[in-house]
Unconditional design. Structure first.
Length: 149
């Protein structure tokens, strides 16, 4: 399977074995390795072998392999780290330190110091604002699906 690569991307270099990576899993489409700057020991990054910058860029045929591997790694991290659970997250551009799609799998324990999400919450002003945003997103979904068909 031919995959796009970037000569400057550190994740592509790990995939091609041109840079070290502490691999914990690999198959023909996916690679998983320990994060060099973990939130907690056992923090794993699950990434497609091909260079896709964001989840929106990932071809449809790679969605299932990426998230099946993520599910497997979430179970493995929880077991190996004797964690009470995991936090699974994807950053798209904002807060994405490496512009190569990757899913964070972080072992979690109650009272481990992480408070929900890592940013403050901004509630809707009222029900009308929530409904207006719901409608905007619903319309965007219809438009994106129409363009794809």
């Amino acid at each position: 399977m031919e995959m796009p690569v970037s000569g400057t991307c550190i994740f592509c270099k790990i995939v091609q074995r041109d840079a070290p990576g502490s691999l914990v899993y690999e198959d023909e489409a996916i690679l998983a390795f320990l994060d060099l700057h973990p939130l907690f020991p056992g923090h794993v990054l699950v990434s497609p072998r091909g260079h896709y910058e964001t989840l929106a860029d990932l071809p449809g045929n790679l969605i299932e392999p990426l998230f099946s591997a993520t599910q497997l790694l979430a179970k493995a991290v929880e077991t190996a780290m004797q964690a009470e659970g995991t936090f699974v997250a994807v950053n798209n551009r904002v807060s994405q330190s490496v512009p190569h799609l990757h899913v964070h799998v972080v072992p979690r324990r109650r009272k481990d110091g992480l408070k929900g999400f890592f940013w403050p919450k901004h509630p809707y002003r009222d029900d009308a604002e929530r409904e207006a945003i719901r409608v905007l997103i619903e319309q965007a979904v219809r438009e994106i699906k129409a363009r794809a068909s």
